[in-house]
Every structure is written in C-alpha cells, then in structure tokens.
Ligand binder design. Structure first.
Ligand code: NAI
Length: 332
C-alpha cells in the first residue's frame, strides 16, 4: 500500500510515523509526504499511489476526485472530522473509499474556544505586549466576569458538549440549540430555539458542521437577533459565518467581540507563512483592523493528544481499507 500525504506539515509526518512505528508498521505500507495542498493543479502528484491522506483545506471536488480515480487512487483518508471539502456523491459514484476521523479529543477544540473567549474578554494578548514594553496601565483592558453570564452553544455534539461542560463549570448559564438535542447536554445546559439562544446569550459559540443548511447561519438577520455587544466565537467552519455581515455588525457595534479559528476563505491563508507577503484578501485584512477581533489559524485541533488520535484512527482506517473489512469511519 502506498499513500500520498497532502498538506503535510512536519507535525503530521511526526505523528503519522510515530503511529506507524507503534502499531501499524506492517499494514500501513509506505507514506510519501507532500507539503502542497491537494487541488486540480496538484492532483497529478497522486500518480502511483493507492491512497491519499488529506486535511481540511485540501480540495476534493468532482474534477479532483475524477483525476485521482483515473490515476488509480482508491482510498481517501481525511485527517479531520469535517468532510465539507469532499464531494461525497461523486466519490461514491467512483467507488472511492472515503474515511474520516469522526472524533479526536473534542476537548482540544473546546479548550481552544475557551482560550479565545478568555483572551478576548480579558485582553491578555494586549496585556502581554504592554507589560513587556513597561506599560502597566489598565485602561482598555476592562473585561467582564464570565461567572453568571449566558453562553449559547450552536451544535451540542461532541465539541459543543465539551464546551458546554467547561462553561457550566465556570458558573455560566449554558443554552444549546441542536436539531438533535442530547440528554448529555441537558445535564449541563438547556435546549432552546435558535432565536431564544441568540436573544439571550452574551457569548455565542458555533459547533455545528458546515452543510448547505448551516452555510452562513450567522448572517445579517441572525446578527440582528443577537444581544447587542455579544461575543461570537467560531471554531467550527468558516462558511458558517457571512464575514461581510459580521464586519458590518462590528462597525455598527451590534457585535461586541469576534473570535475565530476558522475563516471562509482560509484555504488561501492558513497553514502557510505569509509574513513576508502582501495579503490580497481585503475582507480578512479589514477584520485584522478591529481591536475586538481575535483570529487564530485553525489550531483548535492542535494538541499532541489530538494529533496522536488523528494518526491512530487514520492508520486504522487505512488498515480497514487494505483488509477490505467494514470501516466504522467511512463517509457516505
Ligand atoms: P458532532 O457531529 O459530534 O456534532 C455536531 C452537532 O451539530 C450535532 O449534534 C448535529 O446534530 C449538530 N447540528 C447539525 N446541524 C445543525 C444546525 N443546523 N444547527 C445546530 N446544530 C446542528 O461534531 P463535532 O465533533 O462536535 O465537531 C463539530 C464541528 O467542529 C465539525 O463539523 C468541524 O467542522 C469542527 N471542527 C473544528 C476543528 C478545529 O480545529 N477548529 C477541529 C475539529 C472539528
């Protein structure tokens, strides 16, 4: 079995190789690492490989899937939970095996959401810089006590639930909206309608998948239904948020704070060092000008524990494919 790993950063290589050495050496075959992302222009690199291994910003639309199939690729291993970047119907028509990592340390993402909230609320990023420059003034650093505030969780699945537990532990009132409410969530929060959640929450945190139904779930209308001055946190997928509408809401002061780990056009930016480049994305650059906006580059998953689990499960998916047995993580 030969696998081409796309969007491979040094940490992907390290954790995949460690997992291979631990358990899967015999089954996993050979890995070749490409640092480029997969798209129509790079699909040719998959020539001679049985499987490819991809991440969130690799593009697996119909032309790319057809090109991979024509090159002899038969399996697609996603190193992530979300599969909004794969045209699943076309993959099925082509008979491609597609498997994902449905769950890996949901707490890793939940804890990152908390880090974003705490940073933005207490301005620790600005305090860090100030103190290093010998400025010990507190003006501009005023936060709110989170204990007693209301946090709305949209999507109370694995990560939403982990986030709800954290905020419940901090003494917040936790509200949740999910078309499939769970008993586990009811133990730490209350399920309400989306409208009620938006109207009552001081912090709204997004944890639902990106689907045609959830695309631009946060838009002009939903932003107007939020409490004035509320904080919006998105650690799920950029496409859940209409960024232009969010910028207008920030300018009108309707939205008080924005913390995002994902961005709709992130594939042109994230996971690359562009520090010496001119960034062409004017919408992103406008976001960067707000003092009440905090952006991280899709690092919610980025803990050693999560990367270990991702590698283990990915290699397990590859083993199921090569053994021709049922794979519980198959998509479609
Ligand atoms: P999950 O499948 O356990 O939970 C998602 C929940 O969203 C489900 O309970 C589902 O019923 C609910 N949902 C579906 N449609 C909805 C809607 N219209 N409104 C409200 N809720 C809706 O998934 P999990 O593991 O909690 O992951 C959630 C998302 O987090 C993933 O889809 C992925 O996009 C994102 N993610 C981000 C990472 C990062 O590094 N920032 C890492 C891992 C996942």
């Amino acid at each position: 079995m030969k696998t081409a790993v796309f969007s491979a950063r040094p940490y992907d290589r390290r954790f995949l190789e460690e997992a291979r050495d631990r358990h899967h050496g015999g089954h996993a075959g050979e890995f070749t690492y490409f640092d480029v992302a997969l798209d129509a222009s790079t699909a040719g690199l998959a020539q001679g490989f049985d499987a490819i291994c991809v991440f969130v910003n690799d593009r697996l639309d119909a032309p790319v899937l057809q090109a991979l199939h024509a090159l002899g690729v038969r399996a697609i291993l996603l190193r992530c939970a979300g599969f909004n970047n794969v045209d699943v119907a076309v993959a099925q028509q082509l008979g491609l095996f597609v498997a994902r990592v449905p769950a890996y340390s949901p707490e890793a993402v939940a804890e990152h959401a908390l880090a974003l909230v705490m940073t933005l609320n207490r301005q620790t990023h600005r305090a860090y810089n100030r103190v290093r420059e010998g400025n010990f003034m507190l003006d501009g650093l005023l936060g709110r006590t989170l204990h007693g505030r209301t946090v709305g969780i949209i999507g109370t699945g694995k990560i939403g639930l982990a986030t709800a537990r954290i905020f419940n532990g901090m003494g917040c009132t936790v509200l949740g909206f999910d078309p499939y409410p769970s008993a586990a969530f009811e133990a730490v929060g209350s399920s309400v309608s989306l409208d009620e959640l938006l109207a009552r929450s001081d912090i709204v945190s997004l944890h639902c998948p990106l689907t045609p139904q959830t695309h631009h779930l946060v838009n002009e209308a939903s932003l107007h239904r939020m409490k004035p001055g509320a904080m919006l946190v998105n650690t799920s997928r950029g496409g859940l948020v209409d960024t232009d509408a969010v910028i207008r809401a920030l300018k009108s002061r309707q939205l008080g704070h924005l913390a995002i780990d994902v961005y709709e056009q992130e594939s042109a930016l994230f996971f690359q060092d562009l520090s010496g480049e001119i960034i062409d994305d004017d919408v992103f650059q406008r976001l960067m000008t707000f003092p009440n906006v905090l952006v991280t580059g899709h690092q919610g998953f980025f803990t050693a524990e999560a990367l270990e689990e991702i590698s283990e499960i990915t290699l397990g998916n590859l083993r199921d494919f090569s053994a021709g047995v049922d794979c519980p993580n198959r998509v479609g």
